[in-house]
Design a protein around this ligand. Structure first.
Ligand code: G1P
Length: 295
């Protein structure tokens, strides 16, 4: 019986160069989706499916992340005095979602390297990994069903999305096992390949930023040489485990997902979240109906 998954790792040490000059001072993961950063939404997603401990893999230049999840006694006192309960709750919420730990990823060498920074934290237990660029709408679920698949099969469980033939070269791509129904919600996988060329991609099923990884992943990462882009790729480490017999399953996501790592998609994500916002949603929807770009 696989152990219950209570720990999650979130890599957040990247430079965020696509968002310069903002990211000179503000970590990309704290860029607001109206008022709440993507990173808080991703921690909330993990907490919502029973994760109690979260490791944020950060870097010494990104201490604003630690500040965001830490307490701010001066601000809390001021809001208390003002009687602003709503603002006070919003300020306290990030730190109350889970027990948050931090580790620095020095000399970043890719996603596999970032996940490898969680070896001590995992301490022999399975680990959920959530990439904060990938947002799952809170009305839909992906990680919950992935944990159910892990409880049944153990091994590796991946969040998958059919991105079509044009986009697949931007992602880790998976190969369904012989006889697996590629249209099913849970697919057994036979192989994985990181960012294949479009014409060589074995499927259009992409790994989106949700993983459940067994403790053996760390030994595999130690053995993994740099791959695509000269980086230590988690896909390569998972592929080695897969070839050595670890079961690998994918949960195909059919809900709403936002990519906040790309500038255009980030703006789309802001709009999609703003139209549902409890304070400004109705007004924003009304404005949007009449909006005509003045270009
Ligand atoms: C990483 C992974 C890739 C995965 C993607 C999901 O790529 O290496 O396998 O499909 O995240 O967002 P990156 O987006 O960091 O280039």
């Amino acid at each position: 019986m696989p152990t219950q998954v209570t720990k999650a790792l979130i890599p957040a040490a990247g430079r965020g160069t696509r968002f310069l000059p903002l990211t000179k001072a503000v970590p990309k993961e704290l860029a607001p989706l109206v008022t709440t950063p993507a990173l808080e939404l991703v921690v909330a997603e993990a907490a919502g499916v029973g994760i109690t401990d979260v490791l944020l893999v950060v870097s010494p230049e990104k201490r604003a992340i630690n500040d965001y999840f830490g307490a701010n006694p001066g601000l809390e006192e001021a809001l208390k005095k003002k009687g602003d309960k709503k603002a006070l709750a919003s300020v306290r919420r990030p730190g109350e979602l889970a027990r948050i730990a931090y580790t620095d990823q020095l000399n970043p060498r890719g996603l596999g390297h970032a996940i490898g920074c969680g070896e001590e934290f995992a301490a022999g237990e399975p680990l959920a990994v959530l990439l904060p660029d990938d947002l799952v709408d809170d009305r839909d679920s992906l990680l919950g069903p992935m944990l159910d698949v892990y409880a049944e099969h153990g091994g590796i469980v991946l969040g998958l999305l059919d991105v079509g033939p044009v986009e697949i070269s931007k992602y880790g791509c998976v190969v369904p096992a012989d006889g697996a129904d590629p249209n099913a919600d849970v697919v057994e996988l036979a192989d994985l390949v990181e960012k294949p060329r479009a014409e060589e991609a074995p499927s259009t099923l992409a790994i989106i930023g949700r993983y459940v990884l067994p403790p053996e992943i760390f030994a595999a990462l130690h053995e993994t040489d740099p791959g695509v882009g000269g980086e230590i790729q988690i896909t390569d480490a998972m592929r080695a485990l897969c070839r050595a017999g670890t079961p690998v399953h994918g949960v195909v996501f059919r809900g709403r997902r936002y990519d906040t790592g790309d500038r255009l998609d980030y703006v789309k994500a802001v709009v999609q979240i703003a139209v549902r916002h409890p304070d400004i949603g109705a007004d924003f929807r009304a404005w949007l109906r009449d909006y005509e770009p003045d270009v």
